[in-house]
Ligand binder design. Structure first.
Ligand SMILES: Nc1ncnc2c1ncn2[C@@H]1O[C@H](COP(=O)(O)OP(=O)(O)OP(=O)(O)O)[C@@H](O)[C@H]1O
Length: 232
C-alpha cells in the first residue's frame, strides 16, 4: 500500500530524514510519534508526492509517488486543519467538496456518491449537525467533518496529522470510535501522526518514532491480531 525504500530527504542542505525503509499494508493502523520538528509531516508529504525524496523511492500501491494518479484512494487531513477561516458553508457541503476531483463542472452527485456521503456522515457521527455551518461546530466536530471529507472518495489509505489538537476528551472518544469503525469494519489503512498516545492507544498496530532522521519502531507497541482487519 505504501513503501519507503531507503528514502532520504533534505530541505536545501538541511537533512531531515535519512535511509528510511518502511512498508504499510492494507488495513494497518500506524501511529507516528516524535518531537517537534523531527520530520513527521515531511514523511507524510513524501508519501503524498508533495515533495520528492532526495534519495531512494516512495511507492503508493506499487507505483512511484511521482507517477501515482489514483489520488481518490488516498485521504489526507493536514495538521491544524480548521474551519475558522472557511466560507459559511454547511457540513454537507464540506463533505461533498471532497468529491470535487471526481465531479465534472456542474455535474450532479451520482446516487452512489450520495450514498457514500450519507455513510461517511453516519460513520463520523455528523448526521445531527449536517445542515449547520462548519464555523458553528466545535473543534472536534470540525475535525470529524474534515475527516469525513477525506473519506468521501472511499480511500484505502488515510493520513491524519495531529487529529486531536485542540479537541476535548469527549470529542477524542467520538473520533476514536469512528476510527475503530474505519479500520475494523472498512479495512482502511491509517497513518496517524500525534503527540498524544491516548488518541491511538489500543488502535495502533505499530507505533513508529521519528527522531534524528530515523524512523524506528517504539518497543512495546504490540501487534493486533490481523484477523480483525479484513483488508490486511
Ligand atoms: N518548507 C520547509 N523548508 C525548510 N525547512 C523545513 C520546511 N518544512 C519543514 N522544515 C524543517 O524540517 C524539519 C522537519 O519538519 P516537520 O514539519 O516534518 O516536523 P514535524 O515532526 O512534523 O514537527 P511538528 O511535530 O512540530 O509538527 C524541521 O526542522 C522544520 O523546520
Amino acid at each position: 500500500m505504501l513503501e519507503f525504500e531507503r528514502v532520504g530527504f533534505s530541505y536545501g542542505r538541511q537533512p531531515v530524514l535519512t535511509g528510511i525503509s518502511l512498508t504499510i499494508a492494507a488495513g494497518e493502523f500506524i501511529a507516528v510519534v516524535g518531537p517537534n520538528g523531527a520530520g513527521k509531516t515531511t514523511l507524510v508529504r513524501l508519501a503524498l508526492g508533495l515533495i520528492r525524496p532526495t534519495d531512494g523511492a516512495v511507492r503508493l500501491f506499487g507505483t512511484d509517488s511521482s507517477r501515482f494518479r489514483q489520488w481518490s484512494s488516498v485521504g489526507y487531513v493536514p495538521q491544524r486543519a480548521n474551519a475558522s477561516s472557511a466560507l459559511p458553508i454547511s457540513v454537507d457541503e464540506v463533505v461533498r467538496s471532497g468529491l470535487a476531483g471526481q465531479l465534472r463542472p456542474l455535474a450532479r452527485v451520482s446516487s452512489t456518491q450520495r450514498e457514500r456521503i450519507e455513510h461517511v456522515l453516519e460513520v463520523m457521527g455528523l448526521q445531527q449537525v449536517r445542515r449547520r455551518r462548519i464555523t458553528q461546530l466545535s473543534g472536534g466536530q470540525q475535525q470529524r467533518a474534515l475527516i469525513a471529507r477525506a473519506l468521501v472518495t472511499t480511500p484505502r489509505l488515510l493520513f491524519l496529522d495531529e487529529p486531536t489538537t485542540g479537541v476535548d476528551a469527549e470529542a477524542k472518544t467520538a473520533l476514536r470510535a469512528s476510527l475503530e469503525h474505519l479500520v475494523n469494519i472498512e479495512g482502511i489503512a491509517v497513518v496517524y501522526i500525534s503527540h498524544d498516545p491516548a488518541g491511538f492507544a489500543g488502535l495502533a498496530q505499530r507505533v513508529l518514532e521519528v527522531r534524528d532522521g530515523q524512523v524506528l519502531p517504539v518497543s512495546g507497541s504490540a501487534p493486533v491480531s490481523s484477523a480483525s482487519h479484513p483488508g490486511a
